[in-house]
Design a protein around this ligand. Structure first.
Ligand code: ATP
Length: 238
């Protein structure tokens, strides 16, 4: 579903992502872990087609993001860590705008918005301007917009930060359902307990390089993900 081959991205002379190769199959929830500044956001943005990269290849469901970025973007949703929503629109106006962008027809969008807003308990607030939303409400609205066009690949940067326990639980459920229907999820997190419970596979990035990847068993064996992560950091610092 997502193939990243030898991705390299530099900012000036800083190599933010260094020859990174990672393959995510349909049905997989793939966690992306790394210290602050490791290169997670840079990788996710490159995969979403919103950040040009220097070398390597990224394919979403077989579509090359460099040569066919628009086709690729139709197949994915990307949720940044701080979604930039349009404050002057109401929630429903924003969702209709996103549905227009992705060409979701009127009946289909109405049904999906009804169902998703209901699940996130946001129905009552959809008529309000986004400027009146709390941080968590904005996140919920962004989640709904991500699911609206039924993307094959959903990528999220720190999606659990700021969500209340009910919304967190719901998001985990939706992530699993998405993958059970043949989609794939690639998300970054610093919450290792969540990654450990939720992910089928995990990748650890350090200073732009992939230092571990695979199934949870392959990466951590009988240890905790936190122990493995800390050990990798210590070994590299030594
Ligand atoms: P965090 O967990 O703190 O969100 P991250 O793993 O997402 O970090 P990135 O945001 O991808 O890390 O940053 C990787 C490296 O690239 C860092 O050293 C960062 O300083 C650098 N970097 C990121 N964006 C830019 C930019 N626009 N210009 C210059 N350097 C950047």
């Amino acid at each position: 579903m997502l193939t990243i081959d030898h991705l390299t991205k530099t900012y000036g002379d800083k190599k933010a992502v260094d020859d990174l190769t990672l393959h995510i199959a349909p049905g997989e929830i793939y966690g992306f872990i790394g210290h602050n500044g490791a290169g997670k956001t840079t990788t996710l943005k490159a995969c979403a087609g919103i950040l040009p990269f220097d070398a390597g290849e990224i394919r979403v469901a077989g579509v090359d993001m460099k040569t066919r970025p628009l086709d690729g973007k139709r197949l994915l949703a990307y949720l940044p860590d701080n979604p930039d929503l349009y404050d002057y629109l109401s929630g429903i106006q924003y969702l209709n705008f996103i549905a227009d962008v992705f060409g979701v027809d009127k009946d289909t969008r109405a049904e999906r918005i009804r169902e998703l807003a209901d699940r996130f308990s946001l129905t009552e607030d959809l008529a309000q301007p986004i400027s009146a939303y709390s941080h968590g409400m904005k996140q919920k609205l962004a989640m709904i917009s991500a699911w609206l066009h039924e993307p094959k690949l959903i990528m999220m940067d720190e999606p659990f930060v700021g969500l209340d326990p009910i919304a967190s639980h719901l998001l985990k459920e939706m992530m699993r359902q998405h993958c059970d229907r043949g989609g794939a999820i690639f998300f970054s997190t610093h919450v290792l307990e969540v990654a450990e419970k939720l992910c089928d596979k995990v990748a650890i990035i350090r200073q732009g390089k992939l230092v571990a990847s695979g199934t949870m068993d392959e990466v951590k064996g009988n240890a905790s993900l936190e122990d493995v992560f800390l050990e990798l950091e210590e070994n590299h610092d030594a």
